[in-house]
Design a protein. Structure first.
Length: 440
């Protein structure tokens, strides 16, 4: 049995009422549970105790030999970030297309000309499963250093039975070598491959069942589509998603990124787990979403990168809805692997409060992935934790450019520690990791 104690932490967690299941909704997102100074005990990978401390120098009873003791020295301890919408598995790059975008060619025009998502599809088809896994693993490690301990990764750059399977296998292969948790999503309806006759029918009748042979319903895999002009139409999305739902998969959909095509209302009818993007969603659709069980996932890095309008999650929160926020890390519209930077954008551009942005990237993002065992710091939850450099959680959104992460724990094990060159390689902030029992 392994025992770890993180001492003197400012423990910051979404406030999840006891016995509550599912995401936090509406005004409940705005409440944090803050313990200004506490010792957090972790046993066998789970949070065992959060014990408030009267003063930093307070004497404590002795602890068993072999206990790992980390002194947080007043720094903020958060639940590990959950990035619930990424396209982090890709090959190649699209810097030439970014130059086109910078000269004013819109994202959808590049896609219509056979570029955008389709250029990444060509690069992914040329890569091997091993190469894709290696590239993904490198990106997952960068995300870990930004405090992400759970991540959703979509396929969607294969767009044939063999290449979608290759992507999903590559994601599983990288996941097996990464300390955090990866949930994969089969984004079968990402773009239309004009070179394949009857592409949508083939996807629904051949690719989806082939995937189901290997990635069974109930294994955590979700199925997703991109409802947009030059991508999948409303009817095509409904066809794919209803078939996937009938097979037992959770379903998700990219809706209203550039054009509102009626997908949000259809998603509510279908009972999708999420609708993602929502940049141009009408007030009426937001009101209906607020009354549904579908979670709205906002992706502020993309409108920032594409210079397009940001969504309005405040309206969804006011309507009593559940909001999650994710990085959307991808080679075209999602330049950042960093949840701290995404939080900073959510606070600035989505007008979320600090508390709402933290809830949206921890507890609510975990609810998107149906992971009820994480996302808050209470006894019994999995000890996926991030020790920040900051002593005030508002600094996460204030600072831009450096993630501010000093250490990351997955199921109680420290899997990343920021080195401090000035301390001769000791951990940043002077925290000590020792197996010698200490009594203050
Ligand atoms: O969520 N919009 C559709 N899919 C991604 C972008 C993927 C890409 O451009 O490669 C998104 O923004």
């Amino acid at each position: 049995m392994s025992l770890t104690i993180i001492r003197n932490a400012r423990v910051v967690s979404p406030k999840v009422p006891q016995g509550h299941s599912g995401p936090l909704r509406g005004s409940a997102m705005a409440e944090l549970e803050i313990t200004p100074l506490a010792d957090v005990t972790i046993e066998s990978g789970l949070i065992k105790k959060v014990l408030p401390v009267a003063a930093p120098g307070k004497r404590r009873p002795p602890v068993p030999t072999g206990t790992n003791i980390i002194d947080a020295d007043g720094r903020v301890l958060l639940p590990g970030f959950v990035d619930c919408h990424t396209h982090a598995c890709w090959a190649g790059d699209r810097y030439d297309e970014w130059d086109m975008k910078r000269r004013g060619v819109p994202y959808l025009e590049i896609l219509k000309r056979g570029g955008g998502i389709m250029s990444t599809v060509r690069a992914v088809r040329e890569a091997t499963e091993e190469q894709l896994a290696e590239l993904l693993l490198q990106r997952l490690n960068v995300m870990l250093r930004c405090g992400t301990t759970t991540v959703e990764v979509k396929s969607g750059y294969g767009l044939s039975t063999a290449d979608e399977l290759k992507m999903l296998r590559a994601i599983a292969r990288a996941a097996a070598r990464w300390p955090g948790t990866v949930r994969s999503t089969a984004l079968l309806g990402h773009a239309i491959d004009e070179q394949q006759p009857g592409f949508v029918g083939v996807t629904v009748r051949q690719t989806l069942p082939a995937i189901a042979q290997e990635f069974l319903p109930g294994s955590g895999l979700a199925v997703d589509a991109f409802c947009e002009q030059s991508a999948w139409s409303l009817d095509q999305c409904i066809l794919l998603l209803s078939r996937a739902k009938d097979m037992g998969y959770p379903i998700r959909v990219h809706a209203d990124q550039f054009n509102s095509l009626g997908m949000v209302a259809a998603a509510i009818r279908l009972g999708t787990r999420t609708v993602d993007h929502l940049e141009v969603t009408t007030k009426e659709d937001i009101a209906a979403l607020g009354e549904s069980s579908t979670i709205g996932v906002y992706l502020p890095m993309s409108p920032l990168h594409l210079s397009t309008p940001q969504g309005k999650p405040r309206q969804l929160i006011a309507a009593g809805g559940a909001v999650a926020v994710a990085s959307n890390f991808n080679p075209g519209s999602g330049p950042s692997p960093s949840i701290p930077l995404t939080i900073a954008m959510a606070v600035r551009h989505l007008q979320l409060s600090h508390a709402e942005a933290i809830a949206a990237t921890t507890h609510n993002a975990a609810a998107v992935l149906d992971l009820a065992d994480r996302g808050s710091i209470v006894p019994g939850k999995r000890a996926d934790l991030v020790l920040m450099r900051h002593r005030d959680e508002r600094a996460i959104a204030f600072e831009l450019g450096e993630p501010g992460v000093d250490a990351v724990f997955v199921a109680g094990s420290m899997v990343y520690q920021q080195a401090d060159p000035a301390a001769g390689g000791r951990a940043a902030g002077g925290q000590k990791l020792t197996d010698t029992p200490t009594v203050n």
